[in-house]
Design a protein around this ligand. Structure first.
Ligand code: OAD
Length: 258
């Protein structure tokens, strides 16, 4: 058995034994659905722009046309792509834990809605969602499907501009999502960080909160990150492959009642 096979089986056993699990996900989980991450270089027209400089309130205020075009190009693809096996495996793990009356909270930094489409139900979106847009003047919200991308920036009916309901650098995170995250973290006994570079706060500090509360910690990522050496177990690999492997190992354990 390889080291990573052993880690997969051990993580499955930890999931089986956990009373309450918190999973934190980032852009890497959606990579295999065809959505590029924040730190992987883009190709083509938009490659000269740094996502970190476009996903800001200052950038929108200075150049709403550019930022709206970028969000349109980058994230409205989210409705055209499909959840991948990693999203589905997380939803299956959630269902299994709920069958056993255990807690399972999925905190995501992703704004693409793919976890919900993949079947997850308890999802906390700390960076908001691209699937809803709102007027900068009145705050009135509209679903993405009702937004017409025929001019940039997009005027609202009431004289403002339409912008995505996502959290930009320089903006407050949704209070209810942060409260729900810390409540779940303070009660979890297993914390898993998946497909995130673990560099953007407050998500980067979630592992500390979980660990202070005595939780075991796991990371699944294609590449090493700043928390790789801190977690109890790590599997380096694409989440769309590793998560289904963990789910298979969990089914084996669960079926055998060990
Ligand atoms: P990043 O782009 O920072 O990191 C993505 C992580 O996923 C990296 O560590 C990659 O190595 C990893 N990765 C890539 N493909 C993978 C795969 N197939 N399987 C597993 N891992 C893979 O994205 P986030 O960590 O989500 O915030 O970024 C956090 C926040 O920073 C974003 O929500 C966004 C960004 O600025 C805001 O816009 C406010």
């Amino acid at each position: 058995m390889t080291t990573s096979e052993q880690a997969v089986r051990e993580i499955a056993a930890w999931i089986r034994d956990a009373r309450s699990i918190v999973v934190l996900t980032g852009a890497g989980v959606s990579a295999e659905s065809g959505l590029s991450t924040f730190r992987d270089p883009e190709e083509g027209l938009w490659s000269k722009y740094d996502p970190m400089e476009l996903a800001t309130i200052d950038a929108f205020n200075a150049n709403p046309e550019l930022v709206t075009r970028w969000y349109h190009w980058r994230f409205t693809r989210a409705i055209d792509v499909e959840p991948n096996p990693g999203h589905h495996a997380l939803a299956q793990i959630e269902r299994l834990k709920h069958q056993h009356d255990s807690g399972f909270t999925l905190i995501t930094q992703n704004i693409d809605g793919l976890h919900q489409r993949g079947g997850s139900s308890n999802v906390v979106e700390i960076h908001g969602t691209i699937l809803t847009w709102r007027c900068t003047k009145t705050g009135a919200e509209r679903p993405l499907s009702e937004i017409e991308f025929d001019q940039f920036p997009i005027p609202s009916d009431t004289g403002g501009l339409m912008r995505p309901c996502v959290v930009w650098f320089g903006e407050q995170l949704p209070e209810s999502a942060i409260r729900a995250s810390f409540e779940a973290l303070s009660d979890c006994d297993l914390f898993m960080s998946i497909g995130t570079s673990a560099t953007v706060q407050p998500a980067a500090s979630f592992i500390e909160v979980a660990r202070e509360n005595g939780a075991r910690t796991v990371e699944i990522n294609r590449d090493p990150t700043p928390i790789t050496d801190e977690v109890d177990l790590t599997v380096l690999g694409p989440s769309g492959l590793v998560l289904p492997e963990i789910m298979d190992a969990l089914r084996e354990l669960d079926g055998s009642g060990q």
